[in-house]
Design a protein. Structure first.
Length: 85
């Protein structure tokens, strides 16, 4: 499965990229699985996705939960939660 992943704000700066195409194996079925695969890259990826820092995810421009099933060709946006005032 091929997923288009977008990184915003602090994540874009931390990873040094704003987007990438990720080819995920058949064993990766949910957003949580994909996050675990990214975390396994080590370094800043592990620091970001090891559960100690909050982030939000949208798939095809709709907010989703980590247990959401991935779909072929999906656009997945990952970003830090923000508050406004």
């Amino acid at each position: 499965m091929n997923i288009h992943v977008l990184y915003f704000a602090q994540l874009r700066e931390k990873f040094g990229l704003s987007e990438e195409r990720v080819l995920v194996p058949d064993s990766v079925r949910t957003v949580r699985d994909l996050i675990a695969q990214l975390c396994a890259r080590g370094g800043v990826w592990t620091e970001t996705f090891d559960g100690s820092q909050a982030f939000r995810v949208a798939m095809n421009q709709e907010m989703i939960e980590l247990d959401t099933q991935l779909v072929e060709g999906a656009e997945l946006a990952i970003f830090r939660p923000v508050t406004g005032g």
